[in-house]
Design a protein around this ligand. Structure first.
Ligand SMILES: Nc1ncnc2c1ncn2[C@@H]1O[C@H](COP(=O)(O)OP(=O)(O)OP(=O)(O)O)[C@@H](O)[C@H]1O
Ligand SMILES: [Mg+2]
Length: 608
């Protein structure tokens, strides 16, 4: 445990840093913010004039029973009120204008940052918690504009004004009122820390809640199939309980602080009446001045009383901005080639990390890789694929097949060894370029909401409609697409739920083909499709791999027999390599796998 004072100091410095960083987002809209802050003193003046007008009315008119000028004072009072509210409206509107722009900037910055985070980052962070940061955290920062910043600045002017007026009106009475301020400060500091902790916890629990919501709505199919509804509702209740507890704690501290300030305010008024009453009798203060004083004291305590609410909002905003900034501080993926990795060969263009005339030769040399340090998923993996060669990788589930793809696309970097393309270490290549050269068809096809056309083109507008249709024809997707009511403009619902697995597979082939890659990597879906679709897929696959280096992680018998070479990956190691026939003759792992996995298929297809 650190020293409490140190922690306090650290916190203050830290807050200061966060505030400075928040300010950096303000600066493009400085003029708007400034304009809105400049209105504040005028609002304060109007507000502070009101008790004084009352004092004049009492002392000059009511007490003296003299109606001369009374109407004017009444009009003045009304004018001051109307002016105050009009200016407040203007000031709030201008500030909100800036606030909303700042929030938008921040939200866009967060999203682009998230898009650029390395793949491994998403292993460690749940979708729910990330969504919370872009939505709720940004939202609570925006509340800072409505209640926080302007509120604090406005209150500052008011308090300053009141102190000055009270001191000029009656020093003794003013000092009596101020004796209470230290007590207020102590209470505020005590509750400040407590409410801050509670607010931090609230954010954590809210992000849990969002994660849970996200998972169980996305996975509703599985939830229903396994009758998890009731269990989920119970679990959600538990998570909600956890969320409620710190919320209540925060409300509790707020309520206590609020009540204390009310009480102290009442005590102050009592003190004024007690002292002031005596002064009226001794005629050192007028009756009107005493009433005005009580009004000022009320105006003095109102901002202090609201301070707890404003403070809670500011605290939440600070906690949120800390979380937002922590996320923004996470390192983005580096796309540029690593300078230290490999000497630039003659084939690499002037330091840009792009290869001229890519041939598509792939070499894995003594590759070791682990997701968690020390726990090797790939061990001493070596193989070479010649340009234009089609190879299949087979092996038991969890053997590391999909991992090989992720390494080739540099989602992760290897621990030891080398991965070479055309003899150049891939770490020496530009990542974006690398990924455009290697088209990957993933095991689970992901479709975005939009239409079929945009799902194949994936935002690359230089791809024409004709090219999309041509690619779809080649991979046998054209027929089913044409049969859809809107053809290529048919809407794809979220995650492509209105398409079958086979159709999605064919779509993903068209997607890979339209980019005309040199290297094609295909992680075959394990789910089975009917015989006709299977034939379509196989035919498409054959055309897709024509003339390009292809790695197919094969689960289908028909795929395996069509490739040039098969690599058997077992427990993260390359155990056998060769053609289908050679491997069968070896009578090793492939033979056993084949017997177990594929014999059944053979028998089945011979029946058909
Ligand atoms: N992001 C990750 N973090 C930690 N471990 C992982 C991660 N992804 C995969 N693994 C582990 O790595 C191993 C290999 O996974 P991989 O997905 O490469 O298997 P696979 O051969 O493709 O299996 P399948 O045939 O079922 O697709 C598995 O034991 C898996 O648990
Ligand atoms: Mg896999």
């Amino acid at each position: 445990m650190g020293n409490v004072d140190d922690e306090f100091l650290f916190q203050r410095i830290y807050d200061w840093k966060t505030l400075k960083r928040i300010w950096s987002y303000f600066s493009p809209y400085k003029s708007l913010v400034l304009a809105s802050l400049l209105i504040l003193p005028f609002i304060a003046v109007l507000q502070l004039s009101q008790p004084y007008i009352i004092k004049l009315a009492i002392d000059e008119n009511i007490v003296k029973k003299n109606l001369k000028g009374f109407n004017l004072l009444a009009l003045l009072f009304l004018g001051s009120l109307v002016g105050q509210y009009l200016l407040t409206f203007l000031q709030q509107y201008i500030l909100q204008l800036a606030g909303q722009k700042i929030i938008q900037d921040l939200r866009i910055q967060l999203f682009s940052h998230l898009q650029r985070m390395p793949y491994s980052f998403f292993d460690k962070n749940s979708v729910g918690s990330l969504v919370t940061r872009v939505t709720n955290d940004v939202e609570s920062l925006s509340e800072m504009f409505t209640a926080g910043v302007a509120g604090f600045a406005g209150d500052f002017f008011i308090l300053l004004g009141i102190v000055a007026i009270m001191l000029t009106m009656n020093v003794k009475l003013a000092l009596v009122t101020f004796t209470i301020v230290p007590l207020l400060a102590i209470i505020a500091i005590i509750f400040r820390t407590k409410s801050r902790d509670a607010n931090r916890l609230i954010r954590v629990k809210l992000s849990n809640l969002n994660s849970f919501l996200n998972e169980n709505i996305t996975g509703i199919e599985t939830v229903k199939l396994f009758n998890r509804e009731k269990k989920n509702i119970k679990e959600f209740q538990r998570i909600n309980d956890e969320y409620r507890i710190p919320n209540i704690r925060s409300v509790y501290y707020d309520a206590i602080l609020y009540a204390f300030v009310e009480l102290i305010g009442a005590i102050a008024v009592a003190l004024i009446i007690w002292f002031g009453g005596g002064q009226i009798v001794r005629q050192t203060i007028t009756f009107g001045a005493l009433v005005a004083f009580i009004e000022y004291v009320d105006k003095f305590f109102r901002p202090i009383r609201d301070l707890s609410t404003k403070y809670a909002i500011m605290q939440q905003a600070m906690a949120s901005s800390e979380r937002i900034f922590n996320l923004l501080d996470e390192k983005e993926e580096v796309y540029a080639p690593e300078p230290s990795s490999s000497p630039q060969t003659a084939s690499v263009m002037d330091g840009e990390g792009k290869l001229k005339n890519l041939q598509g030769e792939i070499i894995f040399r003594d590759v070791y890789f682990s997701y968690n340090p020390g726990d090797y998923i790939l061990k001493d993996v070596s193989f070479k694929i010649n340009p234009g060669e089609k190879i299949a990788i087979v092996g038991a589930t969890g053997g590391g097949k999909s991992t090989i793809i992720k390494l080739l696309s540099r989602f992760y970097d290897i621990d030891r060894g080398e991965v070479l393309i055309d003899g150049t270490d891939i770490r020496g290549l530009d990542k974006s370029w690398l990924r455009t050269q290697i088209s990957v068809v993933l095991q689970d096809v992901f479709l975005f909401s939009g239409d079929i056309m945009s799902n194949i083109r994936l935002g690359k507008n230089s791809i024409t409609d004709e090219e999309v249709i041509e690619a779809s024809k080649l991979v046998n997707a054209h027929r089913f697409i044409s049969n859809l009511p809107d053809g290529y403009y048919e809407t794809v619902r979220e995650r492509g739920q209105n398409l079958s697995t086979g159709e999605r597979q064919l779509l993903s082939f068209a997607r890979a083909l339209v980019f005309k890659p040199k290297v094609l990597v295909l992680d075959e879906a394990t789910s089975s499709v009917d015989t006709i679709t299977e034939t379509l897929i196989q035919d498409a696959l054959f055309k897709l791999t024509e003339g390009r280096t292809s790695i197919i992680i094969a689960h289908r018998l028909s795929t395996i027999q069509r490739v040039d070479r098969i690599i058997v990956l077992h427990k993260g190691m390359v155990r056998e390599t060769g053609t289908h026939k050679e491997l069968l003759n070896l009578r090793g792992i492939y033979y056993k796998l084949y017997q177990l996995q594929y014999k059944y298929h053979l028998e089945e297809s011979s029946i058909l």
